[in-house]
Design a protein around this ligand. Structure first.
Ligand code: NAP
Length: 326
């Protein structure tokens, strides 16, 4: 089969379409003819050799797919040849064929195209895990979502609104409007003003209950300042760096804060399957009713994958960058 290969660890120019062994479905696995996949930051890191795939995962890039079942492996009961499915992978999505455990596959709602479906799994599962499982966001609470226009951010805004929370986001200039269109009550241009001042001014100095953070080090102290009593900080990435020179831990103590970190790819299969089940039951009906939508910035042919990676690394996208496969 054809797949996108990394010639050697490095820049986007290392990505080429080449030949690779077609995978075989094992028990409980589906072989899927991939129609679309989508980019994640993890792909850019893996391309550079900085994020090796977990043990047992395909060494090919690609954490999510949408396509058609070509073959259902031994013991599969949920899907059959010809079904349209989408879902999260631990690797191998940048290819004509991929295998997915049938518990990780979700049926594509009829109103969504392959490109739209491919834009959902990673960011909606991540946002659901962070907001609901970890952040325990409840009806009527306030959440601050950093990088609100990122793939995960655009999913998180919609899910937080569906949970009836008040939503504040940070984003750069040209992306604020998109965040508001998706439902953010307050969008802060973090490049122009210190976000913590804006958060406290907007909330009458009360602060927020939950923060989803991708920046880490340079935001840590300000995040603590923005959290109210019993607040929860969920760190999902360290785009700004992983270190903090000084922290007053008494803020965590006196405000009874919880600081958490999480990754999705390294989670056990059972955890990922449970998360997929949870999201399918609650969010799939909302996609059908168009109360949730995949946010697609752009769709590239997979021959232009290098261009797509460059675009993501320039922080240009609002929402997801999708690759049409084949
Ligand atoms: N832990 C997990 O389970 C998990 C799962 C999925 C993704 N992630 C991580 O979450 C992050 C977001 O993923 P994504 O795919 O949604 O990303 P994305 O669509 O590529 O968006 C990232 C955005 O973050 C903002 N940004 C980048 N560097 C920044 C910095 N130093 N300071 C402030 N803002 C910065 C930029 O938006 P502005 O123009 O607004 O600055 C950029 O467009 C990535 O780091 C990814 O690896 C983690």
């Amino acid at each position: 089969m054809k797949a996108i290969l990394v010639k050697q660890p490095g820049g986007p120019e290392q990505l080429i379409v080449g030949d690779y062994e077609k995978p075989l479905p094992g028990p409980y696995e589906l072989l899927v003819k991939v129609h679309a996949t989508a980019l994640n930051r993890a792909d850019t890191l893996q391309r550079q050799g900085k994020y090796p795939p977990p043990k047992g995962a395909s060494p090919l890039l690609g954490l999510e797919i949408a396509g058609m079942v070509e073959e259902a492996g031994f013991n599969c009961t949920k899907y059959q040849k010809g079904d349209k499915v989408f879902g999260l992978l631990s690797g191998g999505g940048y290819a004509e064929y991929a295998v997915i455990n049938e518990e990780m596959a979700m049926p594509i709602p009829e109103n969504l195209s392959f490109e739209e479906a491919a834009a959902i799994p990673e960011v909606f599962l991540t946002a659901w895990q962070a907001l609901v499982w970890l952040g325990k966001l409840r009806h009527g609470e306030r959440v601050l979502i950093h990088a609100g226009a990122s793939g995960v951010g655009t999913a998180a805004i919609q899910l937080a609104r569906a949970l009836k929370a008040e939503v504040l986001v940070t984003a750069s200039e040209g992306k604020l409007h998109a965040c508001k269109e998706l439902g953010a009550h307050k969008a802060i241009n973090y490049k122009e003003v210190p976000f913590e001042d804006e958060v406290l001014a907007y909330t009458n100095s009360e602060g927020v209950d939950v923060i989803l953070d991708f920046i880490a080090g340079p935001y840590f102290n300000q995040n603590l300042d923005c959290l109210r009593l019993d607040g929860r900080l969920v760190i999902l990435a360290s785009l700004g760096g992983g270190k903090v020179s000084e922290v007053d831990l008494r803020k965590i103590l006196t405000k009874r804060l919880q600081v958490m970190g999480s990754t999705l790819r390294s989670r056990t299969k059972a955890y990922q399957q449970e998360l997929t089940k949870d999201l399918s039951q609650i969010a799939l009906p909302l996609f059908k009713e168009e109360k949730l939508k995949p946010v697609i910035d752009s769709v590239y042919s997979w021959e232009d994958v290098a261009e797509a990676h460059r675009y993501m690394e320039q922080n240009k996208n609002v929402g997801k960058i999708v690759l049409r496969v084949g």
